[in-house]
Design a protein around this ligand. Structure first.
Ligand SMILES: NC(=O)c1ccc[n+]([C@@H]2O[C@H](COP(=O)([O-])OP(=O)(O)OC[C@H]3O[C@@H](n4cnc5c(N)ncnc54)[C@H](OP(=O)(O)O)[C@@H]3O)[C@@H](O)[C@H]2O)c1
Length: 234
């Protein structure tokens, strides 16, 4: 797909990986609508990116917004959705475990209400995460949800072809998702990435490059692209 002149809708497009993807899409000539619950947190955005407020957990709001924005060529969701439960399953609060799936429900709501507005050349990209296939201690909720997102995308690719859907799976990425600052932040990333093949956190821009590839390459559908510094082999 030649991204120039296309219209892209990016849920979670106001921070981290989604914001980096929005900026790269604009650099390639797209117009972008970046959506999140509170887009004002994004601050000043480049010309070409406009914002809308919407919670992906509100299906009616998502449906109405996508109707208003239609038609569009590109649909991305990197919206985290809700809280993420960390810890061992045996002692985990089950409500916390279930609410981690807000990410899947958010993605599926966005896709369900977005597909009808995508043309045949349209492309969807979702974001999973390396715990889907390499789960560290305490990551069972992340792993379950990430695995579900990847399975959802593979299954859906068959139903919506020639429209395409793919997943970009990040490893540990330095984004505002981690609120730590300064030395504490550096130590956090050093501890978690020091034994990886590429021993540093990835950047939102590196992940966005993966998203752009999945949009541009018309011969790729139903797959997951790992942008993770080799964490699956570490
Ligand atoms: N960073 C990592 O190390 C990492 C690793 C693996 C996977 N991931 C995945 O990558 C994706 C992006 O993460 P990130 O690191 O870029 O996080 P981030 O910087 O915190 O950005 C998350 C974005 O999602 C939006 N969002 C969250 N809940 C939402 C909701 N219910 N409705 C609408 N928008 C919502 C946020 O905006 P509002 O708060 O304004 O709603 C924000 O724009 C997530 O799916 C995350 O699970 C990240």
């Amino acid at each position: 797909m030649d991204i120039s002149g296309k219209k892209a809708v990016v849920f979670g497009g106001t921070s981290g990986i989604g914001l980096a993807a929005s900026k790269q899409l604009v650099d390639l000539g797209a117009t972008v609508i970046a959506i999140s619950r509170d887009p004002s947190k994004a601050g000043d955005l480049p010309a070409g990116i406009s914002t809308e407020a919407c919670d992906v957990r509100d299906a009616d709001a998502v449906s109405n917004l996508l109707k208003k924005l239609a038609p569009f060529d590109i649909l991305v969701s990197a919206a985290t959705g809700g809280s993420r439960a960390i810890g061992e399953f045996a002692s985990m609060d089950l409500d916390g475990y279930k609410s981690s799936f807000d990410k899947l429900w958010g993605y599926s709501t966005v896709v369900r209400h977005g597909i009808e507005h995508l043309p045949d050349h349209g492309a969807i990209v979702l974001v999973s995460g390396s715990p889907a296939r390499r789960c560290g201690p305490g990551q069972i909720a992340l792993s379950s949800v990430g695995g579900a997102v990847e399975a959802f995308s593979r299954a859906l690719a068959k139903e919506i072809a020639p429209k395409r859907i793919n997943v970009m799976s990040p490893g540990l990425i330095d984004t505002p998702m981690v609120p730590l600052q300064g030395e504490e932040r550096d130590a956090h990333y050093k501890r978690l990435t020091g034994n990886n093949l590429i021993a540093r956190p990835g950047s939102a821009d590196e992940c966005a490059q993966g998203i752009i590839f999945l949009i541009q390459n018309d011969f790729v559908t139903g797959t997951t692209l790992d942008v993770d510094g080799g964490i699956l082999l570490s």
